[in-house]
Write a protein that binds this ligand. Structure first.
Ligand code: HEM
Length: 140
């Protein structure tokens, strides 16, 4: 990811933060529309889950320039997701739902450059998590 893309992701996420609960609800709506079978994987309260997701995205956004800190966190997260029943293909579905949510949440601020920057960011996060999912011994 280029420096200016990190900045774009950071600035646009700052616009989403004030509407994080709504964005999370929108996200899960899109996710379950895209693949209703995913609903069964989520056992906890969806409001809590939405908060955890937005917090995790926030941490990843904040740590993009500190890969030595971010990567182990993502690898552990990816390994834990194996236990939640998540498989590789789900990451593309989640990525699609995330972009759709950002598009709606950001409106005009979701420029093609911003889309590209988020796609790059999600690519890094999901690739790292998927890679680690092949080493479930990492799960803590
Ligand atoms: C980029 C990606 C993702 C991030 C940042 C993320 C983040 C999180 C976080 C922070 C948790 C809380 C539990 C923990 O820390 O282990 C969690 C749980 C969970 N995630 Fe993800 N996740 C991602 C991708 C996915 C994908 C692709 C799926 C597939 C549908 C998924 C399904 C779940 C499920 C089922 C749980 C457990 C829910 C429960 O306990 O009811 N996640 N995720």
């Amino acid at each position: 990811m280029q420096d200016h893309q990190v900045q774009l992701v950071r600035d646009s996420f700052a616009l989403v933060r004030p509407i994080a609960p709504q964005a999370a609800a929108l996200f899960y709506g899109h996710l379950f529309d895209a693949d209703p079978s995913l609903r069964a994987l989520f056992r906890g309260d969806m409001v809590d889950q939405g908060e955890r997701l937005m917090t995790m995205i926030g941490s990843a956004v904040g740590l993009l320039e500190k890969p030595d800190v971010l990567m182990p966190v993502l690898r552990n997260l990816g390994a834990r997701h194996v236990g939640y029943g998540v498989v590789d293909a789900h990451y593309a579905t989640v990525g699609g739902a995330l972009l759709l949510t950002l598009e709606q949440g950001l409106g005009d601020a979701f420029t093609p450059e911003v889309r590209e920057a988020w796609t790059a960011m999600y690519g890094i996060v999901s690739r790292t998590m998927i890679e680690a999912s092949r080493e479930p011994a990492l799960a803590t």
